[in-house]
Design a protein around this ligand. Structure first.
Ligand code: GDP
Length: 447
């Protein structure tokens, strides 16, 4: 429970072993006792066993030193459905209200303990599917991204002061200086924002994974390759079930690169000859993949179907897997048709589980995550932030263009204010209530 009256409500349901006035209880302490139904009725009398709901520990947090900055208490019960439900009912009956999804974090934001960027990182941390993604979330929670946005804003505001002086007191002839100043500032800000905008490419991969499709003609070994990958990585595989069985996607992390394997259900379920995934389906799957693993049966000559597959991957990020290397080899890795479509050609035998390390190495090379050694770079992982950064960049460019055209300073000032507003929307200073509500509605209850 969080809020002004939470200790009063607690008082009506919690009987501590050692009674103490709430004023004397320090924050960050725990008390042992019992949750009791109709506690007030027993004022000063022995509480009958039948009224005791559970034996609990209660932690106390006193404002402003709490998650929400308000008074807070947490009741640690034995868990289970009935006990928890009963205690929740008692809290509600005695004046508490159910929290909305994300309400605790929302209060921390509204009360100014954290900014919007930090609040949003809480979801990222909870939803993190890889350690790197978690790290990015933690960096954001610790305020690294906020600081960077704040520094950029400060650079604009420093110049803005002079611009306002020029507008308000045109009799002081300082315009020349200001023009150079604005131009230099805009160049710096454009460079900063561009770097952040670009970091989203990696940020998106961190968050969503590299959408990976395994394609190939029937019997090339798609299903065997999938199993190879999934078996190898069994410990960290998570199945994300969509609305239909068809949309099962699986997450694996390879060489630090999170892969989202798409259409794994399709590959697995296509068992018999009629059902096997053919070229048309492969085309469809490949369409929105970030990475295509195209697999070929190297024990047979290249067929027309294989050539169609090569055609699909021609201008894509793709790795060619020459499978069934344990058999007599008909396809040569040096064949022009193959060499032309990808630099990454891997010889494998999925049957004997050979070559998988080379495949992983290729993936690691293609999506070098080293660039985002998260210790010293800021990565934007949230599309809302990315869009606002792009907007701010646009305003920067507009401002520069207007300067070149010799527009008056009050026009330039409008663009500068726009940039500040976009950046303020990222940290939550200039954000509307609707957006705040939308952001927190994505949280789960109790966060
Ligand atoms: P898909 O239709 O592309 O999913 O192909 P499958 O993975 O179902 O494999 C088709 C057949 O090829 C199966 O009988 C597999 O056992 C066999 N196969 C797959 N990989 C290899 C391999 O590396 N070597 C050999 N000898 N057979 C393989």
């Amino acid at each position: 429970m969080s809020g002004k009256e939470c200790f009063e409500i607690l008082d009506k349901i919690f009987l501590p072993k050692k009674m103490e006035n709430i004023e004397n209880i320090k924050g960050y302490t725990m008390k042992y006792g019992h949750i009791v139904e109709n506690l007030k009725e027993y004022d000063g009398f022995e509480v009958p066993e039948s009224a005791i709901v559970d034996e609990v520990l209660v932690s106390y947090f006193k404002e402003p030193m709490s998650y929400t900055t308000e008074n807070m208490c947490e009741i640690n019960t034995h868990g289970g459905n009935i006990v928890v439900k009963k205690i929740l009912e008692l809290c509600l009956k005695n004046g508490a209200e159910m929290a909305e999804p994300g309400e605790f974090t929302k209060r921390a934001f509204l009360n100014g303990r954290i900014d919007l960027l930090q609040a949003e990182s809480v979801i990222d941390i909870i939803d993190a599917k890889s350690e790197r993604e978690l790290k990015a979330g933690m960096n954001q929670l610790e305020g690294r991204v906020s600081k960077e946005i704040h520094d950029i804003k400060q650079k604009i505001m420093d110049v803005m002061v002079n611009v306002e002086v020029d507008i308000d007191y045109p009799e002081y002839d300082v315009e020349e200086v200001t023009n150079t100043e604005i131009n230099e500032m805009l160049d710096v800000v454009i460079a900063d924002l561009s770097r952040l905008e670009k970091s989203f490419d990696n940020g998106k991969i961190l968050k969503d994974g590299v959408k990976t499709a395994i394609i190939g003609k029937p019997n090339a070994g798609k299903s065997s390759l999938l199993n190879c990958i999934l078996n190898e990585e069994r410990a960290i595989v998570t199945e994300i079930e969509g609305t239909t069985r068809d949309t099962i996607e699986e997450f694996v992390t390879v060489e630090g690169v999170p892969l989202k394997l798409i259409d794994t259900a399709g590959i697995r379920e296509a068992k018999d000859e009629v059902e096997k995934i053919g070229i048309t389906k492969s085309k469809e799957i490949a369409k929105d993949a970030d990475l295509i693993i195209a697999i070929f049966d190297s024990s047979k000559d290249l067929t027309d179907e294989d050539k169609e597959i090569l055609d699909i991957i021609k201008n894509k990020t793709a790795i060619v897997v020459l499978n069934k290397m344990d058999l007599l080899n008909k396809i040569d890795e040096n064949m022009a048709e193959i060499k032309n479509v990808s630099k990454y050609i891997v010889k494998m035998s999925t049957l004997e589980q050979k070559g998988i390390a080379d495949l992983y190495k290729s993936i690691g090379n293609l999506f070098s995550m080293e660039e985002i050694s998260l210790d010293n770079t800021t990565v934007i992982t949230n599309v809302r932030h990315k869009n606002l950064i792009s907007k701010a960049l646009n305003s920067c460019r507009e401002a520069k263009k207007s300067m070149e055209l010799g527009m008056p300073l009050d026009i330039i000032a409008i663009f500068l204010k726009e940039i500040l507003e976009n950046l303020g929307e990222i940290t939550g200073e200039t954000v509307t209530d609707d957006i705040i509500d939308e952001i927190f509605s994505k949280f789960c209850l109790g966060k």
